[in-house]
Design a protein around this ligand. Structure first.
Ligand SMILES: Cc1cc2nc3c(=O)[nH]c(=O)nc-3n(C[C@H](O)[C@H](O)[C@H](O)COP(=O)(O)OP(=O)(O)OC[C@H]3O[C@@H](n4cnc5c(N)ncnc54)[C@H](O)[C@@H]3O)c2cc1C
Length: 389
């Protein structure tokens, strides 16, 4: 029997972080195998949802505004190489605009505005009178003003991840639908075991396992990454009502109420979700059924903010999970006890848009690039205190 092939890098997990990491490593000439037990953009993965917000605003966190700005360029470049305007399936990015709803005194939204200016993004500041005029379908209540990011919008998440994997494969990456079941606890890892008992050999390993990271490295990460159940609702506007379509309404966030939503894309319904963290969740065995409490919360919010939808039905729901670090900062670092193993995760409910920048960062880090302290393992705490929104 011939000797098993050894890759330069094995990337475990083909969510948005792993897919972009594999892509960037392949661009640099590495031989890469990308492994995922459930497949790219699967329904259990955090990247497996229908849609994700692509925004540039991050309050005072300029590091994430800049990362999102860099990432948007790469997303658009990758999508344009696959564009087929005649096919909806290829419209991975929807430039809906992104509206920040602000209170009278609103430090977060003020900082969003300042940072958008600094990074040179296009935006509009809208007074309440302008909001009422533009969006009569909304009862703005305590909202006094807003910021509209003109060039932001929505990435069709599951399809986008699959597109990144397809592009990575074109650049030489080998994809295998296999789960890594054992990682030897050694200072230098030569191989990992798969679910079919095969071994995969590589010089270096990246574990981009999202909410599964605490299962893969329980001793290291079970107290540093908290996996929470997150529920998403799609409300069906009345027949003939286009006011909630993307031509009439943008994607929006109201962090004061911890709620965000998207217009009715591809006639799947008006999306609304609660950003507050839910109960602890198991990504393998968790039943993906929304709770009665969340249904009531969403209905209450919709009736108040979007009165036209007060009696509109919930036409679809999804349950996903956030993989939260203590602060909400990503975890992108080398394993402290395994010299040739890297960790990429901790997306914390906002990671999707950053896939390209994360992939690039990981490739740089593995080549000896300088680490960002906020992404380090050392900066992660056991006591939970969310700072990034
Ligand atoms: C409801 C919801 C809304 C969100 N909204 C936004 C948003 O609007 N904007 C935004 O930017 N971000 C958003 N996020 C966050 C974003 O989706 C995540 O941060 C991001 O998708 C995390 O990607 P990942 O690659 O780290 O993890 P995942 O996508 O979960 O990928 C991990 C992969 O690893 C695989 N895997 C795990 N263990 C193994 C193993 N042992 N062997 C092989 N494969 C393995 C899994 O099958 C999976 O495919 C949201 C998340 C949720 C849940």
């Amino acid at each position: 029997m011939g000797k098993a092939k050894s890759y330069d890098v094995a990337v475990v997990g083909a969510g948005v972080f792993g897919a972009w990491t594999a892509y960037h490593l392949a661009l640099r000439g590495a031989s890469v195998v990308l492994l995922d037990g459930y497949g790219p953009g699967n329904s259990r993965a955090s990247s497996g949802g229908e849609s994700r917000i692509m925004r540039l605003g991050y309050g005072r966190d300029r590091i994430y505004s800049e990362s999102a700005h860099r990432s948007l360029k790469q997303w658009l470049q990758l999508f344009s190489s696959r564009a087929d305007p005649g096919k909806e399936d290829y419209q991975y990015f929807r430039p809906t605009g992104m509206l920040w709803l602000a209170r009278e005194v609103d430090d977060y939204c003020q900082a969003v505005l300042d940072n958008l200016q600094t990074i040179g993004a296009r935006y509009e500041k809208l007074a309440r009178t302008e909001l009422d005029k533009r969006y009569p379908q909304v009862n703005f209540g305590p909202v006094r003003w807003a910021v509209l990011e003109n060039d932001s919008g929505v990435i069709m998440a599951r399809r986008a991840v699959r597109a990144v994997v397809a592009e990575a494969i074109k650049r030489g990456v080998t994809f295998r639908k296999r789960s890594v079941t054992a990682v030897p606890s050694q200072p230098i890892v030569n191989s990992v075991s798969l679910d079919n008992e095969e071994l995969v050999f590589a010089e270096r390993f990246v574990f981009a396992c999202g909410p599964w990271l605490p299962k893969v490295f329980p001793e290291l990460l079970s107290e540093l990454i908290h996996v929470t159940k997150q529920e998403v609702f799609f409300i069906g506007p009345p027949a003939g009502n286009a006011l909630f379509d993307s031509s009439n309404f943008p994607t929006w966030i109201d962090f004061n109420d911890q709620v965000y939503g998207m217009p009715n894309l591809d006639e799947r319904g008006f999306k609304i979700a609660i950003d507050a963290h839910g109960e602890t969740f198991d990504p393998d065995s968790g039943e993906r059924i929304v709770s009665k409490h969340s249904i009531e919360t969403v209905r209450r919010y919709v009736s108040e903010r979007f009165p036209m939808l007060a009696n509109a039905p919930i036409i679809e729901t999804r349950v996903c999970q956030y993989e939260n670090t203590s602060s909400g900062d990503f975890l992108l670092d080398r394993h402290p006890a395994m010299e040739n193993v890297w960790l990429a995760g901790g997306g914390s409910g906002h990671g999707f848009k950053h896939g390209p920048a994360v992939g690039e960062y990981m490739a740089n880090l593995m080549e000896g690039g300088s680490p960002e302290p906020r992404f380090s393992l050392a900066s992660k705490e056991k006591v939970y205190q969310r700072r990034v929104f």
